[in-house]
Write a protein that binds this ligand. Structure first.
Ligand SMILES: C[S@@+](CC[C@H](N)C(=O)[O-])C[C@H]1O[C@@H](n2cnc3c(N)ncnc32)[C@H](O)[C@@H]1O
Ligand SMILES: [Zn+2]
Length: 313
């Protein structure tokens, strides 16, 4: 049994620290931030703090500009297609259900992209940080959620999270650990560092548990414009994920597979363009019900596209 972490002071926002040395950051006259200890300088570059070194920032900006069209299509589909919004309501809801109900206070969404989880943040979380390398997506999420004073948005890397040790009971990562394979050990070490003892990581990743699903996914990634044709996309199977998390001191407590028909059709409406504008609630309800039925069938379950997991520190 895990000890229940003590919830954060409801009034306390998450204090940003220097991603290099973790000392407090101070505001500069130019609207940027500077580290009081190591002198690292983070000039104002965007509508959100950019806590990256000069070279990391340049590299990021160049990468974003090179993929602007694919990223724009991806972001727009997420916010515009009614079936996709419905799917994310359902998917994020399932992730949030993995957080023990007694956990509240601070909340951290890493590699947040458009901050789908923070967009649906339950009231018991009183302070949140949403962080991603993609400054354009973070800026957009910050604009969309400007009315929710609980959430701070930062452009930075999950391999150097600008938060103090043991500052949160909950870290959530949706569909993104597999994008950070080259720095995954650092990312998991950071998640372990910022979690309080007994805290939980909730994640969802492409499931690689069945050779057939793996083969179809490779084909789909090549075809789908919304994924930006990333040839390095590769999910995890249960054993690999458990070993990676365990190596970082995070004990895999639950691993479920989900997502069959609704996952590709509602989550990626570019596969069937007609679905992009479909407003039918009945169709969404039927697809979600079908997926939940398939999830319960032994023999079929293992063919699911995605995993939903939680791990405790
Ligand atoms: C497939 S997207 C998922 C985004 C979001 N969690 C969602 O479900 O919509 C993967 C995200 O990981 C981000 N990312 C990749 N490497 C990162 C890193 N080292 N630090 C922070 N974000 C990173 C990318 O910018 C991208 O937004
Ligand atoms: Zn510093």
């Amino acid at each position: 049994m895990n000890a229940l972490p003590v919830s954060a002071d409801p009034a306390a926002p998450l204090a940003l620290v220097c991603p290099e040395c973790r000392a407090p950051l101070q505001s500069t006259a130019g609207g940027g931030l500077r580290c009081s200890a190591c002198g690292a300088d983070f000039p104002a570059r965007a509508a959100v703090p950019v806590l990256l070194s000069e070279s990391a920032w340049r590299e990021c900006r160049a990468h974003l500009d090179a993929e602007a069209a694919a990223r724009d299509a991806y972001a727009r589909a997420r916010r515009a297609a009614p079936l996709t919004l419905r799917y994310f309501d359902w998917w994020v809801g399932r992730m949030l259900d993995e957080i023990p109900p007694a956990f509240g206070g601070a909340f951290v969404e890493l590699m947040c992209g458009g901050a789908e989880v923070c967009r649906r943040l339950p009231a018991r979380f009183t302070a949140a940080l949403a962080l991603d390398l993609d400054v354009d997506m973070v800026e957009q999420a910050a604009r969309d959620l400007a009315g929710d004073g609980r959430i701070a948005f930062v452009c930075g890397t999950a391999a150097r999270v600008p938060l103090p040790d043991a500052c949160t009971s909950v870290v959530v990562v949706q569909g993104a650990l597999h994008h950070a394979r080259p720095v995954l050990a650092e990312v998991l070490a950071e998640i372990h560092r910022i979690l309080k003892p007994g805290g939980v990581l909730v994640g969802s990743e492409p499931a690689n548990d069945h050779p057939l699903t793996r083969a179809i996914r490779e084909w789909e990634y090549r075809r789908s414009t919304l994924h930006g044709n990333d040839p390095e996309e590769e999910g995890f199977d249960r054993a690999e994920l458990g070993a990676l998390l365990g190596g970082a001191g995070l004990r895999l407590d639950r691993y479920r597979q989900f997502g069959f028909i609704a996952y590709p059709l509602m989550g990626n409406t570019d596969l069937v363009p007609l679905l992009r504008a479909t407003r039918s609630r009945a169709l969404g309800t039927a697809l979600l019900a079908l997926d939940q039925l398939l999830e319960r069938l032994p023999g079929i379950r293992g063919l699911a596209w995605a995993s939903l997991f939680r791990a405790f520190k």
